[in-house]
Design a protein around this ligand. Structure first.
Ligand code: DGJ
Length: 729
């Protein structure tokens, strides 16, 4: 029974794996947060609450004696009635006032994990024993009924949260803010870790102590963005990969989001996570409901590494869906960096022929196959084949490629429209636009109004025609600019601030329709590289193109940061040409393979231009991919040397669930003359004996304590892959 309610003290205790989460209803009906951390046995934790308040400047809530919101830990804090910290909820009533006060009305405990209407969320099989707690709060003035949902996994340190706001009153009101989760901590002795970046430099790790201020990690770009990821962790000072506490917060959402932290003068800390409140207002008529995206909370008292491994398993097995969720992904070759827009059916066929010879399993035709597109300035929206370029049409090409034994994949950028397109000439009103304001161009394109059912229907029909007109096995779904002038022609003035969220809901609806209609197709997410690498997209596409920066040395940081939350199976990574197209850096073929091997593996170069020696290396990598697939994709990740903390090298390791196999990757990002390098392995069985492929045998405890001496005559960009298997003596 992971959810316990003590009716004497009106306390809820949620036991998730080796963690506990406790909150109570106070005599005034307010929901007070009491504890989140390592598992505990007591339920009544009211002794932890402050004994009183100390400042006349902190008003007491009406009818609540000396209770003062200002210094109490709150479960879902509302704005405007005495809690001056960052709020989770703000509702503007018909009278225009936004002061919000919610009190406990009741609760229900249900078997199974709740689902969220129209939004992606983690799910669980009945045998996983997940339970749902639904706490109903109400605002007697506006009639708002707020359902706080908790999903509790009994065998994992995972609690999910979401809120549903229902207008149970008789007058309309507006939601100005409805966060997915809020969390009050009694101390502020934490570092905030989050992932920031930009195009070609996604998800770098930032770690700073909390201070007495309010901070926001977020996006207002209409997508989760290259710049910030919808993830943050609060970790105890000094916590590292293996020690200390880590509280991970991940939002299953692809649009504008905010993760706000605030530390108050009492030295307590608050974190609030959800849809960004800027330019957001959702109108609710009586009887209507609004559902927030889902927040996922992961607790670890065994460091940041254990937090990541919990996220990896949850997202791989309880968020990704469909046929490809656990199926071995085909090794693909994508023609983007091989040809850019300059290709025809013969060039693609030549790449496919070499691919087949080398053991690669799928050809992906990237941007430039449709309308009259030969550069990035036309044809988005015209999803029909350019037969001038692909003579004989798409089916003929796909059949020929299939004839080589290869699958065929194709690129789309469904949400965009070029001013120079038949679609734009027919439907200029289908773009997002703010009346009277000129539309901004990004990469010579506008953004389609995904809030509109007619736009989504058109896209569904055009894409379905392509996907059913030939044997397409894979779709790369790209998104190459952020939203501006986010207005919709179909919505009245008072609903324009719903557009950002409605856009995301429209995107999810189209993705749901297409993935259901074409269940055999493997979808890969993409946004100019990893500009929309978020858990919500993983619900529809089990892998996402990680970055347009394909330089192996740069990828070490990008993939290392990404691995804080996301599993290897989701991190699409390709071997590209050297010198690298983005950085000009030359890196050995082996290193490019060793780094790409840490994800959903493929190639992104012109195979016809490889030397005989390089082709042999491709064959070797293909064999390695098959040999190491299981340990990488189904094993546990241990990060060993961080490329953010070490200027010269980085290392990571995968260990199979039964601890019989391990794979260590070591990369010299920047060489220094005569430098020594030692690495201690992790996660092995101390009592097992492991043979490294070259023959040397070590015991697990030796590898984890004495470690390995990796000092060699390294050069920039060198790397090493060491594979260990248990031997039975
Ligand atoms: C951005 C993607 O990240 C690239 O891989 C490629 O598909 C281009 N778009 C095509 O325009």
């Amino acid at each position: 029974m992971p959810i316990l309610f003590d009716s004497q003290t009106k306390t809820f205790r949620l036991d998730a794996g080796t963690s506990s989460y406790v909150f109570c209803v106070d005599p005034n009906g307010f929901l007070l947060h009491l504890y989140y951390g390592a598992k505990i046995s007591d339920t009544d934790l009211s002794y932890l609450l402050p004994a009183g308040s100390w400042s006349s400047f902190s008003p007491c809530a009406a009818d609540a004696g000396s209770f003062c919101f200002d210094n109490f830990p709150l479960e879902y804090p509302a704005y405007g009635a005495g809690d001056y910290r960052v709020a989770a909820l703000s509702i503007q009533g018909e009278n225009g006032c936004a002061s919000t006060l919610i009190r406990y009305k009741g609760h229900a405990i249900r078997q199974g994990k709740y689902a969220l209407a129209g939004l992606p969320a983690v799910y669980a099989a009945p045998e996983e024993g997940v339970e749902t707690l639904d706490v109903t709060m109400e605002d007697s003035l506006t009639g708002a009924e707020v359902h706080l949902l908790y999903g509790v996994f009994p065998d994992r340190n995972v609690i999910t949260r979401a809120a549903v706001v229902k207008n149970a009153g008789s007058a309309p009101f507006s939601i100005l803010k409805a966060a997915s989760a809020a969390m009050d901590f009694p101390t502020m002795d934490y570092d905030l870790i989050h992932l920031y970046g930009m195009w070609a430099q996604e998800r770098w790790i930032s770690r700073e102590p909390l201070t007495h201020d309010t901070r926001t990690v977020g996006s207002l770009r209409g997508s989760s963005s290259h710049n910030h990821n919808p993830f943050a962790a609060l970790v105890s000072r000094g916590a590292d990969e293996d020690h200390g506490e880590a509280y991970g917060f991940s939002l299953i959402y692809s649009g504008n989001f905010a993760i706000e932290t605030e530390c108050d003068p009492y030295d307590s800390a608050r974190l609030v996570m959800g849809i960004h409140p800027t330019d957001f207002r959702w109108n609710l008529a009586p009887g209507e409901s609004f559902t927030t995206p889902e927040a996922v909370l992961v607790y670890s008292d065994e460091g940041i590494g254990a937090m990541s491994r919990t996220f990896h398993k949850l997202y791989r097995y309880n968020l990704c869906r469909g046929e490809w969720k656990e199926k071995k992904r085909p090794i693909l070759v994508n023609n983007w960096e091989a040809t850019y827009f300059d290709f025809d059916e013969e060039k693609l066929y030549a790449i496919a022929r070499d691919a087949a010879d080398l053991g690669i399993e799928m050809l992906v035709m990237d941007d430039g196959w449709f309308g009259k597109r030969n550069a990035d300035n036309s044809s988005l929206g015209d999803w029909y084949v350019n037969e001038g370029k692909l003579k004989g049409g798409l089916k003929a090409l796909v059949d020929r490629v299939n004839g080589l034994g290869l699958k065929f994949g194709i690129w789309f950028e469904p949400e965009m429209i070029s001013p120079d397109s038949d679609l734009y000439r027919a439907h200029p009103e289908w773009c997002l636009r703010a009346p009277g304001r000129e539309m901004s161009l990004g990469r010579s394109q506008y953004v389609l109004d995904m809030t509109r059912a007619d736009v989504r229907q058109n896209l569904f029909e055009q894409m379905s025609a392509i996907l059913s007109g030939a044997n397409i096995a894979y779709v790369k779904w790209d998104f190459n600019r952020n939203l501006t002038e986010a207005g919709s022609a179909l919505l009245p003035a008072e609903r324009q601030q719903e557009v950002f969220h409605r856009y995301v809901l429209g995107l999810y609806e189209l993705l749901e329709r297409l993935t259901s209609a074409f269940p055999h197709v493997l979808f890969e997410g993409c946004s100019g590289g990893g500009g929309r690498f978020d858990p919500a997209m993983l619900y529809y596409s089990p892998q996402i193109w990680t970055s347009d920066d394909t330089d192996a040395v740069e990828r070490c940081r990008i993939q290392y940061g990404t691995s804080l939350v996301y599993p290897a199976s989701s991190i699409s990574a390709h071997v590209s040409a050297s010198p690298n197209h983005q950085t000009g850096r030359s890196t050995s073929f082996e290193t490019r393979g060793n780094v790409a091997m840490a994800g959903a593996f493929g190639y992104e170069l012109d195979l016809t231009k490889l030397t005989a020696e390089e082709k042999e290396l491709v064959r070797k990598q293909v064999a390695q991919y098959h040999a190491y697939y299981d340990v990488i994709q189904n094993g546990d990740l241990y990060r060993l040397i961080s490329p953010f903390e070490n200027e010269n090298v980085c290392a990571w390791e995968y260990v199979s669930a039964d601890k019989r196999e391990a794979l260590l990757t070591f990369v010299v990002r920047r060489c220094k003359v005569n430098f020594a390098s030692f690495v201690r392995m992790k996660g092995l069985d101390p009592n097992k004996r492991y043979r490294e492929d070259s023959g040397r045998v070590y015991s697990g405890d030796t590898l984890m304590n004495a470690g390995l001496n990796l000092t060699r005559g390294w050069r920039d960009g060198d790397s090493l892959l060491l594979h260990f298997r248990e031997i039975e003596e």
